[in-house]
Design a protein around this ligand. Structure first.
Ligand code: SF4
Length: 220
């Protein structure tokens, strides 16, 4: 990728992020502290799409910077990727919340919010043109693959995503953080298998070829 192309993409992303920052199409657009557009390598081979910003992300204006983000970074490191190597964003750019006894609490984005925000996500994908997309969690996977998508049965398989880009889904790191004991080990094993599939896909796409995934289990 030439420096000129990298600069062109950065310019396009900055313009798109400015549009998203001014957006108030959904009610959550007026409730959020920061618009969390996305960040990472504009020439990334892998784009990671989660469901929506949480409290820490809303506070800092960056995606995946809370506990789930720290786990995501360990997951990426397990397949030899740094956070800076990928592009990370969400299906919605504003934090979805519902009222709670101690203030607003996180919730999954609703279908109308995801539909409203979809043009921003599509624009990001169109600018970055990643080699593969990793959807984290059922809401993100459903936003690409339809409401019938069942993460337990359909994760770990490659599908045709936007612009024909290969897309795979796995469990959201926040879901792993809610598991304990044997259930946690079981889910980690499945996520590890999905991460290895991502690494293999990136190796296939790479010129010159990257090495395949390492064999260890439980690196994150
Ligand atoms: S979630 Fe997306 S569409 Fe809705 S207000 Fe925020 S930026 Fe706009």
């Amino acid at each position: 990728m030439t420096l000129e192309e990298r600069a062109r993409r950065l310019r396009l992303l900055a313009g798109a992020a400015a549009k998203a920052a001014a957006c108030r199409l959904c009610a959550i657009g007026s409730q959020r502290r920061n618009n969390v557009y996305g960040e990472g390598d504009p020439c990334a081979r892998l784009m990671i799409v989660g469901e929506g910003p949480g409290e820490t992300e809303d506070l800092l204006g960056r995606p995946f910077v809370g506990r789930a983000g720290q786990l995501l970074e360990r997951m990426l490191a397990a397949i030899d990727l740094a956070r800076e190597d990928v592009y990370i964003c969400n299906t919605v750019k504003c934090r979805p919340t519902s009222p709670g006894p101690r203030g607003p609490k996180n919730r999954a984005p609703d279908p109308a919010e995801m539909a409203n925000c979809r043009p921003y996500l599509d624009e990001q994908i169109d600018i970055i043109r990643p080699g593969a997309i990793l959807a984290l969690g059922a809401p993100a996977a459903k936003s690409f693959l339809g409401n019938e998508f069942a993460i337990g049965k359909m994760r770990g398989t490659w599908y045709e995503g936007p612009l024909g880009i290969p897309l795979i889904a796995t469990y959201h790191p926040a879901y792993l953080l809610r598991q304990t004991g044997g259930e946690l080990e079981g889910v980690k094993r499945l996520v590890w298998s999905d991460l290895k599939a991502v690494r293999t896909k990136l190796a296939e796409l790479s010129e010159p070829p990257l090495p395949g995934p390492p064999e260890q289990v439980g690196l994150f």
